[in-house]
Design a binder for this molecule. Structure first.
Ligand SMILES: Cc1cc2nc3c(=O)[nH]c(=O)nc-3n(C[C@H](O)[C@H](O)[C@H](O)COP(=O)(O)O)c2cc1C
Length: 209
């Protein structure tokens, strides 16, 4: 089905892990592949973002930062999939958020809808990193989508061969992206997104185990 331009959505996917075989990035890629035809996702790697330094935060900033900021501005909403590092946010992800947050209270992240998803090999699923990310995004004036938290524990079993193979977890996360797009419509004053019957997927009210 051809989707008219004004009914399309562009997501920015950010992974909280830099490693090549990261579960976080594998989940982002699986989500991207599972999106309905009205939605595209660009995954931007955070490898080229230097540590935040106000001295170099002039003009567009360093090349990697400029690219990130452009991607944030161009997207309708952001999906973050991140592991928990030592009960908190991986340093480079926090650093990238810091760059995208400037100028303070008026940076590219302002009013941008964000869905936070955390993962861990432990059963806790990065719940503490999720709480930290909520706190950090609050300072950027972005709009973290409230409601069901996507917290994926035991990720070692759920990701195989670079794909999220745990069906209920995938459906739950894709449901959360539908909520994220509703928030994007609200923020932009667009009519509510209508999902044609043949694109509908089942809804999960409870986080899967
Ligand atoms: C530096 C470091 C710190 C970690 N700290 C935690 C932690 O606090 N809680 C937790 O559940 N898992 C922790 N883990 C395990 C991660 O959940 C696991 O390695 C995960 O798969 C990393 O995500 P990735 O596959 O996307 O790289 C840690 C891993 C690393 C490398």
């Amino acid at each position: 089905m051809d989707v008219p331009q004004h009914q399309r959505f562009k997501l920015l996917g950010l992974s909280g892990s830099l490693r090549r075989a990261a579960n976080s990035t594998a989940i982002l890629r699986t989500l991207k592949a599972g999106l309905t035809p009205d939605v595209v996702m660009e995954i931007v790697a955070l490898d080229d973002i230097p540590p935040y330094n106000e001295d170099t935060d002039v003009g567009e900033g360093p090349a990697g930062v400029a690219a990130l900021r452009r991607a944030v501005i161009a997207c309708d909403a952001i999906v973050i999939v991140s592991p928990e590092y030592n009960h908190g946010i991986p340093g480079h992800l926090k650093n990238a958020i810091d760059w995208a947050s400037r100028p303070g209270y008026d940076g590219p992240l302002k009013s941008k809808p964000v869905k936070i998803m955390t993962i861990a090999t432990s059963p806790l699923g990065g719940a503490r990193a999720q709480a930290w990310l909520n706190e950090v995004f609050a300072a950027t004036l972005s709009r973290v989508v409230p409601g069901k938290q996507v917290v994926i524990g035991g990720v070692g079993q759920k990701v195989q061969d670079g794909r999220l193979v745990h069906e209920d977890t995938l459906i739950f996360a894709l449901n959360a992206i539908d909520d994220l797009l509703d928030e994007a419509c609200l923020v932009q004053g667009r009519p509510k997104r209508v999902i044609p019957a043949d694109w509908q997927r089942r809804k999960l009210d409870k986080p899967p185990r």
